[in-house]
Write a protein that binds this ligand. Structure first.
Ligand code: ADP
Ligand code: MG
Length: 261
């Protein structure tokens, strides 16, 4: 597969020099359920560097998606702070957050923000369109080709399979070339071969020294492809593995699940 990320759009040097691409300090998140505040995240702190690909794993309901949404600025923590690409999210207003989301931050979420009335190609170009910019000639076509969707450029999300939609979201991130990418189960709807391809693209982006990828996954093979794996349980980070293979990831996950029983 050809590389579609051009070096000309790399992040600014001062951002690259910043200590972390993503950092969280004692992040807590509560939701109002009935008359009660129910705390889902109980104080999560982490640091993810540029050039790193990090997985978050944990039993269902342990708070992985909630954490990802807080780190990505899609949810506001009830307490604690998040910094992404050198910016304190709580200091940004809605407009500044929106600008950040279409420039420095990218998302590969299964059910997140493909516009149903736009074609695949228009969805890929969206971060440019929203920023009143034009993607360089051929960029949209190249990124769709990179994810095997050349034939579906004119299709709209409602007529596409979950796996195809997932790949449109990935193509959009490849075209957008953000510094920080958040992915929630990016290979969940994909067959093995396509999943490998998507994973390979995310790895390639993450290992660019001016970028990073944070991926929530239940798949030990995906986690093993990452540099580090953070394990969550009951709204807390409880363990970390570095350079682990799929078997040790699976064993760690199974042990966490047993503690729940
Ligand atoms: P995971 O992604 O690890 O499966 P989630 O972050 O989706 O876990 O959810 C963690 C817990 O928070 C679950 O018990 C879920 O029911 C609860 N939760 C998530 N979103 C909300 C919400 N908007 N309101 C109330 N509870 C929520
Ligand atoms: Mg989830």
């Amino acid at each position: 597969m050809s590389s579609v990320v051009s070096p000309s759009l790399s992040a600014s040097p001062q951002r690259v020099a910043a200590r972390s691409a993503i950092s969280a300090h004692d992040v807590r998140k509560s939701y109002r359920v009935g008359n009660e505040d129910v705390e889902i995240l109980h104080g999560v702190s982490l640091d993810i560097g540029y050039g790193e690909m990090v997985a978050v794993m944990g039993p269902s309901g342990s708070g992985k998606s909630t954490l990802l949404y807080c780190l990505a600025g899609l949810e506001q923590p009830s307490q604690g702070g998040v910094e992404v690409a050198g910016q304190h999210l709580h200091q940004l207003n809605r407009t500044q957050l929106a600008v950040m989301r279409r420039s420095q931050v990218g998302f590969v979420f299964q059910s997140y923000n493909l516009i149903p009335t736009l074609t695949a190609a228009e969805n890929v170009a969206l971060p440019y369109t929203l920023g009143h910019r034009k993607p360089e000639a051929g960029l949209v076509e190249r990124t769709l080709a990179a994810v095997g969707l050349s034939e579906r450029a004119g299709a709209r999300p409602p007529s596409m399979s979950g796996g195809e939609q997932q790949r449109v979201a990935l193509a959009r991130v490849l075209a957008q070339q953000p510094e920080v990418i958040f992915a929630d189960e990016p290979t969940g709807a994909l067959d093995t071969r396509t999943g490998q391809m998507v994973l390979g693209e995310l790895r390639r982006i993450a290992h660019d020294p001016s970028r990073c990828v944070l991926v929530v996954t239940h798949d030990p093979a995906v986690a093993a492809a990452c540099d580090r794996v953070l394990f969550m349980r009951d709204g807390l980070l409880v363990q970390e593995l570095r350079g682990a293979d799929a078997d040790s990831v699976a064993a760690t996950l199974a042990a966490l699940g047993r503690q729940d029983a």
